[in-house]
Structures are given as structure tokens and as C-alpha cells.
Write a protein that binds this ligand. Structure first.
Ligand SMILES: [Ca+2]
Ligand SMILES: [Ca+2]
Length: 173
């Protein structure tokens, strides 16, 4: 009897410790600005990039909430499209050992030519920093494999190159 009480107490202590540990490990990813892929993805002579905004909370249990926006439009025209936007609702995420954060969710991809794709899964990894230091990498899952800009042709996904922050900042804390 006494032994089981000790066991219960030990289990309670372990639960409390893990609860406080997860509370302390909430990761917030916020940022906005412009980025550069450092390459001319569509062969039109101009190095391509995007405008981006992200605001994500990752509690540490695999879930996440927040929003992500990547916009390639106007001066960052890409792939011959007037606009390409990826607007994401974040549902999952994790803090990585290298200090970056990866989050996933469901996105709407608008190609600006009347084609809008809804319900596409996406994944973003973000590394903190300002111009020249911060980075992010976006993949759209299960679509657009092999179109210009895809860095891993044949895997079923649209894997954009790592984009480096050109103005603005990404904060991971
Ligand atoms: Ca280009
Ligand atoms: Ca691919």
C-alpha cells in the first residue's frame, strides 16, 4: 500500500515536471520582409524572391497555430505568373536542434491566372535572423513537382530553394 502511494507520488511528480518543461519550451516564430532565392528560378534574367510574413506558436507537443504567407508578385514576378501566393494555416510544428523551427499546415496557392488550389499541405522551416542571416524554406506537398524552381524533382512536392532574408527579420524564440 505504502509502496503504491510512493509510486503515485513519483508519477505525479514526473507529470508535473513534464508539464512545466513543455510550458517552458513554447517556441514562437514571427517575422516578415522580403527574401531572395539567390538564383534565377525561371530563367528570365532576374534573381527571384518573395515577400513573406509568418506568425506561429509551437507549444512543443507537435501542434502549432498561426499563419504563413509567401507572396511572389510585382517586382518579384516569378515563373511568368503575375502573382504566386501561398497562404497557410498552421496546424503542426516543432523546434529543431539547430535552432530553426519547422511548421506544417494547409495552404491555398493562388497562381494569379485564375487558378487557385485549396487544401494543399505545406511545410516551412525558418531560421532566425535579419538580412543575409535569416532563412526559410517552403515546400508545397503533393503538387507542382518538377515545375521551375523545384529543387528535388520527382518526389511529388514543390520544394523551393532556401530563401535568405533580404529585408525584415525572422525571429525564433
Ligand atoms: Ca527570375
Ligand atoms: Ca519536388
Amino acid at each position: 500500500m505504502k509502496r503504491s502511494m510512493v509510486l503515485v507520488a513519483a508519477t505525479m511528480t514526473a507529470l508535473l515536471l513534464s508539464a512545466s518543461a513543455s510550458a517552458a519550451s513554447v517556441t514562437t516564430v514571427i517575422g516578415g520582409g522580403t527574401g531572395s532565392f539567390g538564383a534565377d528560378l525561371d530563367g528570365d534574367g532576374n534573381v527571384d524572391g518573395s515577400q513573406f510574413a509568418l506568425a506561429v506558436t509551437i507549444p512543443g507537443n507537435g501542434d502549432a497555430t498561426g499563419r504563413f504567407l509567401c507572396l511572389m508578385a510585382g517586382r518579384s514576378q516569378i515563373l511568368g505568373l503575375p502573382v504566386m501566393s501561398v497562404q497557410g494555416e498552421v496546424t503542426g510544428g516543432a523546434f529543431n536542434a539547430d535552432g530553426s523551427a519547422t511548421f506544417t499546415g494547409v495552404s491555398t496557392v493562388n497562381l494569379g491566372n485564375g487558378q487557385i488550389f485549396r487544401g494543399l499541405s505545406f511545410s516551412v522551416t525558418a531560421w532566425a535572423g535579419g538580412p543575409g542571416l535569416g532563412m526559410m524554406q517552403l515546400s508545397v506537398i503533393g503538387a507542382f513537382d518538377g515545375v521551375p524552381g523545384d529543387t528535388d524533382i520527382g518526389n511529388g512536392n514543390y520544394d523551393l530553394p532556401v530563401e535568405t532574408v533580404r529585408s525584415g527579420r525572422i525571429v525564433v524564440r
